[in-house]
Design a protein around this ligand. Structure first.
Ligand SMILES: [Zn+2]
Ligand SMILES: [Zn+2]
Length: 404
């Protein structure tokens, strides 16, 4: 049976078809949008007096009646949003899918494509040519056309900005705290975010980015984190800021860097800001075996120290393999396991009879406060163990993170 004969048979037995549903039955044989093929075929049928004037037997004319309004709605919603690429998505009422499945099963049209795919291709074509944006499977904006609710909604993809932060003051956390008023649900006090921006790296950088990119929210992904009371010095710690639902996607990052740094002078600093992609988040979060960290700590020893003590610490801990059970202070949120980490180099400098400075180059993931205190024997060896005197960390700075 020829293609036209099959179409004539379907129309005769089933009834009228709109250009979209007819085009989807004709399908992929000719290289042209199914809608165009469907519309042309309807002209042919009309000429043969076989077109029929009833509502479409697949969609009941829902599609031709609502599609233009929905495209206009999409254009309105896209106004003011910056994007380079887009993609349409389609939700259809189940009755349409049932009816097209029945026709497919009964006649098996050789090139038939689903109504959904026909619509997606048509909407991609109309929107991209209308707006001048490219169609992409990883689009800046995904536009969903819900034909069952005659509703259009947008999902704007986040942007990702890589950088490094330095923390020059103690007492700053990496992430935002949960809002104490609503417990994270969102209230007036926290602008419905459920989080408190003040006092965190994430908040200090994120609020400025949120303004610049006209975004809804943000998340900081750090390459590890330092304790709240530790500074982060050197070149800084790598991070990726995920800027959520931004209306703007382009900005001068050098200017942004200056803005952040002048706003938070002496408190935090960012550098090396650049646009990146989602996979960078995974890469900086991986606890790669190659990541090493350099720490500086001020250590206090209850019974005082001698130069010999310090020699002993340097000799014993340089190139030592440290076995460390999860520190007691984080046990409430981490499983109790034994970590094995290497210390590569330890240097000490006496400050006074009971205080000294220590620098430690070690694998990422080693808890340095416990390397000093010994955590009641949970970290072995430790400064306390070597000295046979109680030692504890009074101040801690991360001087450098290597390997990113
Ligand atoms: Zn139809
Ligand atoms: Zn709140």
């Amino acid at each position: 049976m020829g293609d036209l004969d099959l179409i004539l048979l379907i129309v005769k037995e089933e009834g009228t078809l709109c250009p979209f549903c007819l085009g989807s039955i004709i399908g992929s044989k000719l290289v042209a949008p199914n809608y165009i093929k469907g519309a042309a075929m309807r002209e042919v049928l009309k000429a043969l007096n076989r077109g029929g004037e009833n509502p479409c037997v697949i969609c009941g004319n829902l599609i031709p009646k609502s599609i233009n309004t929905m495209v206009n709605e999409a254009m309105n919603k896209l106004r003011g949003i910056e994007f380079r690429s887009l993609k349409a998505a389609v939700i259809l009422p189940p009755t349409i899918i049932e009816r097209e499945d029945r026709i497919r099963a009964r006649y098996n049209p050789p090139y038939m494509e689903s109504v959904k795919l026909t619509l997606i291709k048509w909407l991609d074509l109309v929107l991209s040519s209308e707006i001048g944006a490219e169609v992409s499977n990883e689009p800046d904006v995904l536009i969903t056309f819900d034909f069952s609710k005659k509703n259009v909604f947008l999902k704007v993809s986040p942007i990702f900005i890589y950088g490094r932060y330095r923390k020059l003051k103690r007492g700053i956390s990496q992430s935002r705290r949960k809002c104490p008023y609503c417990g994270g649900k969102g209230c007036e006090k926290c602008n419905r975010t459920g989080k408190i921006a003040e006092g965190s790296i994430e908040g200090m950088i994120g609020e400025i980015m949120k303004d610049i990119f006209e975004a809804e929210d943000y998340t900081l992904h750090g390459a590890g984190r330092e304790d709240v009371d530790a500074r982060m010095l050197g070149r800084g710690r790598p991070f990726v800021m995920e800027v959520i639902s931004p209306r703007k996607r382009v900005a001068d990052l050098e200017l942004l860097e200056k803005k952040i740094n002048s706003m938070w002078r002496g408190i935090i600093e960012v550098r090396e800001l650049k646009f990146t992609k989602r996979d960078k988040v995974v890469r900086i979060k991986e606890s790669s075996p190659n990541i090493k960290k350099l720490y500086r700590a001020v250590v206090e020893v209850e019974d005082g120290i001698t130069e010999e003590d310090l020699d002993g610490i340097e000799k014993t801990l340089t190139n030592a393999i440290i076995k460390q059970r999860t520190p007691k202070r984080v046990l409430w949120r981490r499983a109790d396991i034994v970590r094995v980490r290497k210390v590569y180099e330890v240097k000490t400098r006496k400050i006074n009879n009971s205080t000294f400075e220590i620098t430690v180059l070690c694998d990422g993931g080693l808890y340095v406060k416990e390397l000093i205190s010994g955590d009641d024997g949970r970290t072995k060896p430790s400064v306390t163990e070597v000295l046979e005197k109680k030692a504890f960390c009074r101040e801690l700075d991360v001087l450098e993170v290597f390997g990113h």
